[in-house]
Design a protein around this ligand. Structure first.
Ligand code: CA
Length: 515
């Protein structure tokens, strides 16, 4: 796509049919089609990427992610369709919402017989590989090489299911996934084909176990607290007050590294224990009250989270360096994203699931040398993980099947966003009761957000205006903006029909309750 049409010098003229054939074969010759390196993490909030700014940017810089942003595009309005690990992955594989790809909640099993982006890419002549967290329960299909963690995997010494065989590894999982990816690029990549490689980190998913080398990072620093750490949930509808991912109550000893039962080797456990044990004992001896303990929990949590992010950032540095050194960088599109956002103490929470901004929004950074303008910040277009599958196919020059539900982001990358680009995004979370979060769905236009928590008797609704209330502290449903509310209600109905949601709006709720 970067190269102009092949030039044919005047004395060398072919019959038109032959010329077209020559043109087509040149256009799709292997060196013309870009490689796609998709780097993906789990639970990585935009608040923890310094290129996105925010209160952690200076304290916990992510220079390699920032490099991607500086050399490419940073999206501020990338929204997920269902803010939880497995379902987000199923959406990316298929380009379809959860109710159509069949993976509504963690614990479901992905139907690997359905059509997926990697299968289409294989057909189009790409070599495909996935290395790292898979979390879809069934065996990966559509990959020439797969090397995946079982379920959530572990932070230390993971087993990687490698093309069907269980292979044990010793080391820190973020590093190992990176090393295995580099090994694949170096040793198993077919130089005659473009590649599609998904490097999928477990980090920074909980329980947050840092690498030994990062244990003392941020040790002497007091990380600033988000303004809503002590949110009392007044001003919102009832659901959020019933959540069970609270910084005090649900941040248990294992999540805080007060206890650890990880698979450390004795050599790993020694420094790990030497770091945490004395600090834990000192805190326990202090007999903190709830207020103090919540603050301590936040510090312990955010530091371990950011330490896990640090290893992710270093991993990205290694991958980018490899592309530079091998000359692959120029013809490789690098895409960075996470399965969803995360609460870093906002609203007193950790975890995800809610349609509130911190978990609805996911990072998206795209570097496409020579095409995407370096240093672009896109804060206007609403894009989604629903779009990734079609984008991969479009980048590869492959046909996009009609049953995918997103849109290719290729014109957006080129700064040629179509005039009819989406103005509204539909969200639907199914895992009813997980961490106290009920099934809910809603719509946003990037400023206003309407959320419905359906119920057999009484529905609950929330409406937020991010412009006047960026932290979503005041539910204005039924209070002001009747026209906005009406518009969003209409859009909600329209999108549910457009995306083939069942007409029975409680359908998902019933299915979820039967589990
Ligand atoms: Ca996740």
């Amino acid at each position: 796509m970067q190269n102009p049409l092949p030039r044919i010098s005047p004395p060398f003229r072919l019959p038109i049919g032959l010329a077209l054939a020559f043109f087509a074969s040149s256009l799709f010759a292997k060196e013309e089609r870009p490689n796609i390196l998709f780097i993906f993490t789990d639970d990585h909030a935009t608040q923890a990427i310094s290129a996105y700014g925010g209160m952690l940017a200076e304290i916990a810089p992510t220079p390699h992610l920032d490099r991607l942003a500086a050399e490419g595009i940073l999206f501020r309005k990338c929204y997920v369709t269902n803010s939880i690990c497995g379902p987000a992955r199923a959406v990316i594989q298929t380009g379809k919402y959860s109710h159509l790809n069949g993976f509504r909640q963690n614990g479901d099993r992905f139907d690997g017989s359905q059509s997926t982006a990697p299968k289409y890419l294989q057909k189009a002549g790409y070599q495909t590989a996935v290395i790292g967290k898979w979390h879809l329960a069934s065996t990966p299909t559509g990959y020439d090489h797969f090397e995946v963690l079982r379920g959530q995997g572990a932070y230390y010494n993971p087993m990687l299911i490698t093309n069907g065989e269980n292979v044990d590894h010793v080391g820190y999982t973020t590093d190992l996934i990176t090393e295995q990816s580099l090994d694949w690029l170096e040793d198993e990549r077919d130089p005659d084909k473009p590649f599609f490689l998904m490097v999928q980190q477990k980090a920074p998913h909980g329980r947050w176990e840092p690498a030994i080398r990062h244990l003392e990072l941020f040790d002497d620093i007091e990380i600033p607290e988000p303004p809503t750490l002590f949110d009392d949930y007044s001003g919102r509808a009832r659901p959020i007050s019933q959540n069970r991912a609270r910084m005090l109550e649900e941040m248990n000893d294992f999540r805080l590294m007060i206890k650890y039962s990880s698979k450390h080797t004795p050599e790993q456990l020694k420094p790990f224990d030497a770091y945490f044990r004395p600090r834990n004992e000192a805190m326990l001896a202090d007999n903190l009250n709830d207020f103090e303990r919540k603050k301590w929990n936040y510090q312990r949590y955010i530091k371990n989270y950011l330490r896990c992010v640090k290893a992710v950032d270093e991993s990205i540095g290694e991958l980018l360096e490899y592309l530079d050194e091998t000359g692959l960088a120029d013809n490789t599109i690098v895409i960075y994203s996470s399965d969803q956002g995360f609460y870093l103490g906002e609203h007193g929470l950790f975890d995800k699931r809610w349609m509130y901004e911190e978990s609805l929004r996911t990072p998206l950074l795209v570097r496409w040398p020579g095409v995407a303008k370096a240093g672009t910040v896109n804060d206007s277009d609403i894009v989604s993980n629903l779009d990734y599958a079609q984008t991969f196919l479009d980048l590869a020059g492959a046909d996009i099947p009609d049953d995918m539900q997103g849109r290719s982001l290729v014109p957006v990358f080129k700064n040629e966003t179509p005039k009819d680009w989406r103005k509204y995004h539909y969200y639907h979370y199914y895992e009813h009761g997980g961490h106290g979060v009920p099934l809910h769905f809603g719509v946003t236009d990037g400023r206003f957000k309407l959320i419905r928590y359906p119920d057999k008797e009484n529905d609950t609704w929330e409406l937020f205006d991010l412009e006047s209330d960026p932290m979503e502290m005041k539910n204005i449903y039924g209070q002001t903006n009747p026209e906005i509310q009406k518009t969003l209600e209409t859009q909600l109905k329209r999108l549910r029909a457009a995306y083939d949601l069942p007409e029975d709006e409680l359908e998902g709720l019933k299915a979820s309750s039967q589990r």
